[in-house]
Design a protein around this ligand. Structure first.
Ligand code: AMP
Ligand code: MG
Length: 408
């Protein structure tokens, strides 16, 4: 694939949207079709495999939106009405006796023959038990009609919907106990680099703790993926080949580090030998170098190793790829426009995703935007997008992507 985009200091840079389009094209061609049937309580975060059609009218019958009295408007002449029945939610009423009203409670079926519910606050019960209404009554008031929410056969949730608490609640309201969902995406997570040590061990000279592993593994779990933690890969070609070869039955190998075209790019060598490698230089900051290819047919996405770069490229590129693999259409996070609470005097040649938060309706940014500083993202609530070739003064509009949009 030829690089597309504009010249950067180190060659042509690929715009973020071009990279995303290529990833999504590949994901579309590799969509997962295997499915499983899960009880609602286990389906949270999974993707619906089939359209969900309503098998019910909701509500199934007209019901009362208030605690009060059901009556026929035409029966109210100003003369108090006697109460002929009492209807609680969960009960089946008899037809309303003409010339009377029924005591009714919220959610209870409106009896046949009644065309209005008056709230109890506007009703006065007389000493003889009959009821007088103080306000004007109109037909249909305080009645939730049958099928108000949905009618039989309507499309409620399309295939490809990510199931969250609201979608699961909706499915339950239609009586579904189980749903067909796409099987979990199996993702192998690899950290690369001789300098990496797992937390809990002592740090030797030149070593740092591996932060990307838990960052990605826990994030993938939130996205409903099955995570195969493939550990730390040393900077060594034989070890790289052996470890990649051992990763069978996965939909994606997701690695971090080792993509800066340094001498220690053993992942790149292994992919060139036994698969395919595209090394993209993205017009994105943090996160310029991104590897995309396959090893013996297993797709590989290699994210840059600096933790803030890992975070941004995972959020904007790998996450959409994983969602699309499961058939999700809308894979890009919602962006909202807000005024910048900072100046940006020097235009960059890459699109910046600054770690920032909203304060008094303005986007402010963490003081240190180095790609090695993960603390910036912990401080932040979102990513502030500054387009390439742009300068800003405070008050100019920027896009803000809440981290909550991409974390789940
Ligand atoms: P690399 O792409 O391998 O050159 O890594 C770029 C930078 O990210 C280097 O400073 C690495 O030490 C750092 N890095 C790579 N992988 C990790 C990781 N898993 N956790 C923390 N830092 C990392
Ligand atoms: Mg490295």
């Amino acid at each position: 694939m030829n690089p597309v985009g504009k010249p950067g200091k180190t060659g042509i840079l690929m715009p973020v949207e071009v990279a995303l389009a290529r990833l999504l094209e590949t994901a579309d061609a590799a969509r997962i079709v295997e499915r499983e049937r899960l009880p609602l309580a286990q389906a949270q975060g999974r993707v619906l495999a089939d359209d969900l059609l309503s098998t019910l009218d909701l509500p199934p019958w007209p019901n009362s939106a208030m605690d009060g009295y059901a009556l026929r408007v035409a029966d109210w002449t100003g003369e108090p009405l006697s109460v002929s029945q009492k209807i609680f939610a969960g009960q089946a009423p008899v037809a309303l006796e003409p010339g009377t009203c029924a005591r009714i409670f919220t959610g209870a079926p409106v009896p046949a023959g009644a065309d209005c519910v008056e709230m109890q606050e506007n009703a006065e019960v007389q000493a003889d038990g009959r009821v007088r209404f103080s306000e004007k009554l109109s037909p249909e008031q305080n009645i939730r009609p049958q099928g108000q929410e949905t009618t039989v056969g309507e499309l409620i949730l399309p295939a490809g919907t990510v199931l969250g608490p609201i979608e699961l609640g909706l499915a339950a309201s239609l009586g579904c106990a189980e749903l067909e969902v796409i099987r979990k995406v199996r993702v192998a997570v690899l950290s690369t680099g001789d300098e990496l040590v797992e937390p809990g061990q002592a740090l030797g000279p030149g070593q740092i703790y591996n932060s990307n592993r838990v960052l990605l593994c826990s994030w993938l779990q939130r996205l409903g993926c099955e995570v195969i933690d493939a550990g730390i890969l040393p900077d060594d070609l034989d070890a790289t080949r052996a470890r990649l070869g051992g990763l069978k039955d996965v939909d994606l190998i997701l690695s971090t580090g080792g993509v800066s075209v340094g001498e220690a790019d053993f992942l790149g060598i292994a992919l060139r030998e036994e698969g395919e490698l595209s090394l993209w230089k993205l017009a994105i900051k943090p996160g310029k170098p991104l590897t995309f290819g396959h090893f013996r047919g297993v797709p590989v996405i290699g994210l840059p190793g600096n933790p803030a770069s890992t975070l941004v490229t995972f959020a904007l590129l790998a996450r959409p790829y994983l969602l699309r693999l499961q058939g999700v259409e809308q894979v890009e996070p919602l962006k909202i426009q807000v005024p910048a609470g900072f100046d940006w005097p020097v235009a960059g040649n890459r699109r910046e995703y600054l770690r920032g938060r909203l304060e008094n309706g303005r986007a402010v940014i963490y003081k240190n935007q180095s790609s090695g500083v993960l603390r910036s993202a912990a401080w932040a609530d979102g990513l502030v997008e500054v387009l390439e070739d742009r300068t800003l003064v405070a008050g100019d509009a920027v896009y803000f992507i809440a981290l909550s949009e991409v974390l789940g």
